[in-house]
Each structure stands twice: as C-alpha cells, then as structure tokens.
Design a protein around this ligand. Structure first.
Ligand code: FNR
Length: 344
C-alpha cells in the first residue's frame, strides 16, 4: 500500500474515532423563539433549494471525503448508493491521487458508476491547474468542482504544501475556465468576512464555509505523528455558526453552504436561519455508513427530511429562505463574537 493510500485510510479511521468524542458545538448556543400560530400547513413546506446554478429537492449533501484506497472505494460505493436512493448530491474526496495514479481512479469513479444520474461534485486543492480541474471533472462526469482551501492542515503535514501565494489567482482561473460551477470550501476551519470578500472579488459564486465543530483536521494530523507540535491548531478557526454569521451580509452576492459539525435536522435548520442554502455532512455520513450500513443511512436521511418539514412548520416557514426571518437567540460564544466584530 502506498503512503498516500495509507494516509487516506488513516484519515477515515481517525475521523471516525473523533466523531464519537465530540463535545457540544456552537449550534447549541442558538435557540428559536417559539410562536404559537405558524399560519401554515405541513403540506405547504418545500425543502427545495438552489446553489451552484443547480436546483435541488433536498438541501443536504454528502460532503467531500475520500477515495484512493480499497477501503475508501467501498465507503464511496456505499455513500453513492445512499445518494442515489435519497436524491442527495455527493462530493468525492480530493481526486488528486487519481490524477497522479490511474490505478486508484476506480475508487472515485465508483461514485458515478453507482449513481449515473445523480449530482456529483469533484474535489481538488486550490493549487491545481485548470487542466487538472478539467481532468477531475471528466473523471467523475461531475456537475460541479469543489476546490478545498486547507492551509492549517497542509502546514501541519510535514509533506504538506508550503506555497500559498498563488492560491487566489489559481482559484480565479479555475472559476473562469473549468466549465462547471466551482464551490470553494474550507475543511473545518471556517471562513471570515475577509475570505468571503476575497472569493467574491475573483468571481466565486458558491462558498462552503466548512467551520469548526465537527471533524478536526488539525487534531487528525497531530495524532498521526509522535510529537503533537501543532496542538494550538486544534482550536484554530471559526465554528460553523460563527462562519455563517461572518458570511451573512454578503450572502446576497453568492450562495453560502454550511458544513462542519452538522449532525441533526435542528443543526441544519439553524444553519438555514443563518443564511445557508444547503448543509454538507461528512463525519456524520462516515459514521452512519460504517456503523449502521446503507439501508439505515437511507432511512436516517428520510427521517431528516420529515423532521426538517416539521421544524419549518413550527417556525412558520414554507421555504428555506423564509427561515432567515425567524427570531433567533444567540448565546455565548456567538454573542461575544458578534459584539467584537460589530455584527448586529
Ligand atoms: C474530509 N474533508 C475533505 N474535504 C475536502 O474538501 N477534500 C477532502 O479530500 C476531504 N477529505 C476528508 C476526509 C475525511 C475522512 C473527512 C471526515 C473529511 C473535509 C470535509 O469535507 C468537511 O469539510 C469537514 O469534515 C467538516 O465537516 P464534518 O465532518 O464536521 O461534517
């Protein structure tokens, strides 16, 4: 097994372990004010959404995770079946391994094979050329390309990237030339107002703020080596709710997606109330598929859909966008962050 294959398997097992240990998240610091008369019927509620120039019936997607080894091929295969049966969009993990080594391509292309008509996103790092972007899209016949920005993770990895000066211009080229919608995403460190503005300035239209609170890649990379020198990075970054708040005022100019620590339908509703168009889940799907299997994961997605409609009815919202008008109470640490950043 190559070093890269080993790393992919280690990421999966460490992320799975981390899932079990997770504490409270900033989603717990958000409450809705209850109003007794919602004035709508459950049957009027729609979960439809749009982002990256596409329409979706359900505002949930399986976020970029894996591929590149036999073990991760099986995970991709099973997740692709879940996506097919539930109509969810699904992102592959970074396909850069498949661009370098054609023998691992099948661990990614299995996603398209299992789900010929579904919405699938390819995934690459920000350093890649437009040519690689086109190869990644072709490989999966992808409907969109996720570009991940993961500076803390790269810096912790001894073999990681050290050159970031050209990332923004490289993303700009990708957006204008790759030929499919580009989704720029973090990997669990969240985003700031400044980052979102920088991305808007170069023409990015869809941004997944992927915040802290779920899978923690600083902790994963630290635990892969003997000396945990980068322990400080484990608390680095903005949580998912705080990142959504940072994005809130710019969200008219682009489609904001939420990911990072999302596990329940109520977390999703809170993300929609803070302006998200859809929610991406990685750690939760990894846990479900490995612990519960395909059928139970499909049933869980179906339950989430039911629950989303019920909670939206409670809040009097027929459409996801109406959730932005609900009365929300923000407690600490979100409240203090908003005061410090002068956000009302
Ligand atoms: C990831 N994530 C990720 N993201 C990305 O853009 N490309 C990638 O290759 C990977 N690889 C990867 C492997 C594994 C095992 C996990 C669990 C996650 C990050 C992922 O898309 C997401 O941004 C974070 O995991 C935060 O979401 P959750 O896991 O808290 O729902």
């Amino acid at each position: 097994m190559s070093i890269q294959q080993h790393r992919k398997d280690e990421h999966v097992s460490l992320a799975t372990q981390q899932y079990i240990d997770q504490p409270e998240t900033d989603f717990d610091a958000i409450s809705f004010v209850h109003h007794s008369l919602p004035n709508i019927d459950v049957s009027e509620v729609s979960l439809a959404t749009e982002f990256a120039d596409m329409d979706f019936d359900v505002p949930i997607y399986i976020n970029g995770m894996t591929g590149g080894s036999p073990k991760t091929a099986k995970i991709n295969e099973e997740l692709a079946i879940v996506a097919r049966e539930t109509g969810l969009a699904m992102a592959a993990g970074s396909v850069s391994a498949a661009l370098k080594h054609s023998d691992v391509a099948e661990s990614y292309t299995i996603i398209r094979k299992m789900n010929p008509n579904g919405k699938i996103f390819a995934n690459l790092g920000a350093e890649h050329s437009v040519e690689n972007g086109k190869r990644a899209v072709d490989l999966l016949q992808a409907d969109a390309l996720q570009i991940h920005v993961n500076v803390p993770q790269e810096l912790i990895m001894p073999e990681g990237e050290r050159r970031f000066a050209t990332w923004l211009s490289s993303i700009e080229n990708m957006v204008s030339q790759v030929g499919v919608p580009v989704i720029v995403k973090e990997v669990g460190f969240g985003m700031s107002r400044k980052t979102i503005q920088q991305l808007l300035n170069i023409g990015v239209k869809t941004i997944d703020i992927s915040g802290r609170g779920g899978t923690n890649f600083a902790a994963i990379e630290n635990s892969r080596r003997k000396h945990h020198d980068f322990y400080f990075a484990e608390n680095w970054g903005q949580s998912t709710p705080i990142s959504l708040i940072e994005a809130y005022n710019q969200s008219g100019a682009c489609d904001i997606l939420a990911s990072g620590g999302i596990r329940t339908s109520l977390d999703m509703i809170k993300a929609f109330a803070l302006g998200a168009h859809a929610c991406g889940l990685s750690g939760q799907f990894l846990h479900l598929i490995q612990e519960e299997g395909v059928d139970e994961t499909i049933m869980t997605v179906n339950r989430w859909e039911e629950q989303l409609k019920i909670i939206m009815t409670l809040l009097g919202a027929k459409r996801l966008t109406e959730l932005k008008k609900t009365d929300v109470i923000l407690r600490d640490p979100i409240k203090t962050w908003c005061e410090a950043r002068h956000i009302d």
